[in-house]
Design a protein around this ligand. Sequence first.
Ligand SMILES: NC(=O)c1ccc[n+]([C@@H]2O[C@H](COP(=O)([O-])OP(=O)(O)OC[C@H]3O[C@@H](n4cnc5c(N)ncnc54)[C@H](OP(=O)(O)O)[C@@H]3O)[C@@H](O)[C@H]2O)c1
Length: 384
Amino acid sequence: MCPAGTIHGEMQEWLNWHAWNACMAATSSRVRIPLSPPYFCHLSKLCHNRFMKQYGVAVLGGSGFAGQELTGILENHPAVASVQTPVTGELAEFEGSEVVFAALPNHTSAREVDRHYSNGSTVIDLSGDLRFPTAGSYNAWHDRPHPAPHLLPAPYCLPEYPHIAGKHTPDDPRHTSLAEGRKLASMPGCYPTATLLGLLPLLHRGLIDMQGAPIIIDADSGISGRGKKPSEETHFMSVSNNAVSYKTGRQHRHVGEMELFLDGNEVFFSPTTIAIERGMLVKATARLAVGTTLGQVRQAFVDAYEATPLTAPFVKVLPEDELPTIQETVRTDECHIGFVVVNRTIQIGSSLDNLRKGAASQAVQAFNVMHGLDETVGLTPKKG
Ligand SMILES: NC(=O)c1ccc[n+]([C@@H]2O[C@H](COP(=O)([O-])OP(=O)(O)OC[C@H]3O[C@@H](n4cnc5c(N)ncnc54)[C@H](OP(=O)(O)O)[C@@H]3O)[C@@H](O)[C@H]2O)c1
């Protein structure tokens, strides 16, 4: 595989110029230039990027933590012609663009999504407003009526889901949700992304004991996960040199979101804010089904994320007995997954950057797939 985005700055410029000239020469009938595979790979990507259709996009909530990150990625995306970031006070008058990303707070987002989606825009929502399939389930976890129930169920877009579930499960609504040409996507939350990427490969193979104790999900997150609006809980004096657990047990609405996709397994969720800006480490502890071997566990992760160099280009599986760290995924588009097994107890660790793979870059992955582009365009996939 040719890793996109691994060549930067002047080197990229130099390569672009030479590759473009070589491309022109190689396609003329008189000249034959032998091209090495990596050079050819870069060349074909360059040609693809040159002729890529470009879209006008808008980021609603562009001044927020997730919105700023998203705007930065989109401004350098080869299929994006322009990025508009209307300010909060002007949202109601904003007419929209071909593609609208909504990085707005919960309970505000759905109305804006509804308006732009009904006006014909393709809409990708980063909030929690469209993650529940029915108004009733939304009400149960958000404790209020849904602002736009006619949008439900919206496609829930965990981009790796087809890799996990395999290519032949067309009856599963989660599987088809990212098909090219879809015009609405609801992006998973950052905690559920890390949790589901860690657990789903095992659940799909029946390797988790469904009758056992609840799955315990212990999650540490940087302070940016709480958004930019300051509060007593996110005040420097509360978080510095500290680790603060909140909404432990079944209080956080991400519990409902995770359980929807964990085939009825009960979750005990313990989120903790730690004194770092960004990054997340989720540790899920569960019982393995009777007779499960280490080899089956490893194979489930390899098949889901590393079957070919093109499978799940942002998810890396670590060697056995190694759990990921926050530092290795922060400011990257990757999620790293590792596991430790003792008898029938497994702990799966997943680390990611809550603002990138947990929010902005995952939304760009969805944008790419919805528009028929390679899912890595504009992003940096894992290194081999
Ligand atoms: N932070 C994360 O790690 C993360 C991860 C995954 C998903 N998300 C989701 O992404 C969304 C944005 O999160 P965030 O952390 O970026 O939040 P944030 O930092 O608080 O930013 C919120 C954005 O929405 C705007 N906004 C605030 N109140 C508004 C209102 N009543 N009407 C219209 N616009 C309003 C803000 O504009 P002003 O500048 O004018 O206040 C700001 O641009 C949330 O739904 C969140 O759940 C966040």
